[in-house]
Design a binder for this molecule. Structure first.
Ligand code: FE
Length: 314
C-alpha cells in the first residue's frame, strides 16, 4: 500500500517537475528575444519575465525536483539489489542527467535575473528540447523495462532530435521574416514610377522619399475623432484613436501601434541625429519616427506625419 502511495506521489512530482523544465527555457527564450526591442519595451518585458521565472523556478520546479528525489529514493528499497534491474540502473543514469540539466537551467536563471544574456534565443530553443529527450528516454525505459529495447529507443530518439532540430530551424526562419526589430537596412524603392502615379507630389516626397511635413499644418495633429489610422500608401491599419494623444510637437502622436508587426523600425542617422524611423511593414512607406519620451504604459511617442495616415471611422 505504502509503495503505491509513494509511487503516486513520485509520479505527481515528476509531472510538475517536467512542467517547470519545459516552461522555464521558454521564459529564457522570451527574455532573450526582448533584448532586441526598444529600451522602454525591453524593460517592461524583461522585468515581467524575471518575475515569472522566479515564481516558476523557485515556487514549482525546485520543490518538485526535491520531491522527486525524496519519493523516488523511498521506492528504491523495492528494487534491491538494484543490479538485478538493469533498466532501473539505466533510468537512474538518465535521472542524474536530468538533475545536471536542472542545475544548468539554474545557472541560466541566475544570469537572466541579473540581466546577463549568455545564450541566443536560437540556442535557448535547442536547450528547451533537452527535457523532451529525457522524458522520452525515461518513460520508455520505465514502461518497457528492457535495456535492449533502449537501442531501438535511442535510434528513434536520434531521429526525433533530427526532426526537432529541423523544426526549430524552420521556425527560426519563419520568425526572422516576421520579427520586428530595429535594423539599419534600408530597402530599395525601385518602383518609384508606380508610386509617383499613385500619390500626390507631397505624399510622394514624404511617404517614399522620407520627407517631413511642416508642424502644425497636417490634418491630424489636432484631430481626435475615434477610429483607425491606416497607411496612406497601402491602407494597412497602423494606429487607433485610443492611443493618440497631443504631444505638443505639431505632428500626430501615438503611444502605441495596433500591432508591432504592422510597422518596421529602422535606425536613422540622417540630419546628424540618431533616431528610429517608422515605416509601414506592408508597403514600406516612411511614416515618421518613434521616440522614448511618450506617456505610459509604453513610454513611446510615435511621431507620425498626417499625410502618411488615413483616418477611418469606426
Ligand atoms: Fe503601407
Amino acid at each position: 500500500m505504502n509503495y503505491l502511495v509513494f509511487k503516486s506521489l513520485h509520479i505527481i512530482s515528476v509531472v510538475t517537475w517536467f512542467a517547470g523544465l519545459f516552461y522555464m527555457p521558454r521564459l529564457f527564450v522570451y527574455f532573450a528575444e526582448a533584448e532586441n526591442k526598444l529600451p522602454a519595451e525591453k524593460k517592461i518585458l524583461q522585468d515581467q519575465f524575471k518575475i515569472m521565472q522566479r515564481r516558476l523556478w523557485l515556487g514549482i520546479t525546485w520543490p518538485s525536483a526535491i520531491a522527486v528525489l525524496i519519493f523516488g529514493s523511498s521506492l528504491l528499497s523495492n528494487f534491491w539489489p538494484i543490479t538485478h534491474y538493469p533498466w532501473l540502473m539505466m533510468k537512474l543514469m538518465f535521472v542524474v542527467g536530468l538533475y545536471a540539466y536542472h542545475l544548468f537551467l539554474h545557472k541560466i536563471f541566475k544570469q537572466q535575473q541579473i540581466n546577463k544574456i549568455q545564450f541566443s534565443p536560437m540556442s535557448l530553443r535547442v536547450i528547451n528540447e533537452i527535457s523532451t529527450i529525457f522524458l522520452i528516454a525515461i518513460v520508455f525505459l520505465v514502461v518497457l523495462k528492457n535495456v535492449l529495447s533502449m537501442i531501438y529507443g535511442l535510434v528513434g530518439l536520434f531521429i526525433l532530435i533530427a526532426i526537432l532540430m529541423s523544426a526549430i530551424r524552420t521556425y527560426k526562419n519563419f520568425r526572422e521574416q516576421k520579427e520586428l526589430t530595429v535594423t539599419n537596412k534600408k530597402p530599395d524603392n525601385n518602383n518609384n514610377e508606380d508610386w509617383k502615379a499613385k500619390l500626390s507630389n507631397e505624399e510622394f516626397k514624404i511617404l517614399r522619399m522620407c520627407g517631413t511635413e511642416r508642424p502644425f499644418e497636417g490634418k491630424y495633429y489636432s484631430f481626435f475623432e475615434p477610429g483607425i489610422y491606416a497607411c496612406a500608401g497601402c491602407g494597412h491599419e497602423l494606429f487607433t484613436s485610443e492611443t493618440k494623444y497631443d504631444s505638443g510637437s505639431g505632428w500626430p502622436a501615438f503611444y502605441d501601434v495596433i500591432d508591432t508587426k504592422n510597422v518596421r523600425l529602422i535606425e536613422d542617422k540622417s540630419l546628424g541625429m540618431k533616431r528610429v524611423e517608422v515605416r509601414c511593414a506592408h508597403c514600406d512607406s516612411h511614416l515618421g519616427h518613434v521616440f522614448e519620451d511618450g506617456p505610459k504604459p509604453t513610454g513611446l511617442r510615435y511621431c507620425i506625419n498626417s499625410i502618411c495616415l488615413k483616418h477611418l471611422n469606426p
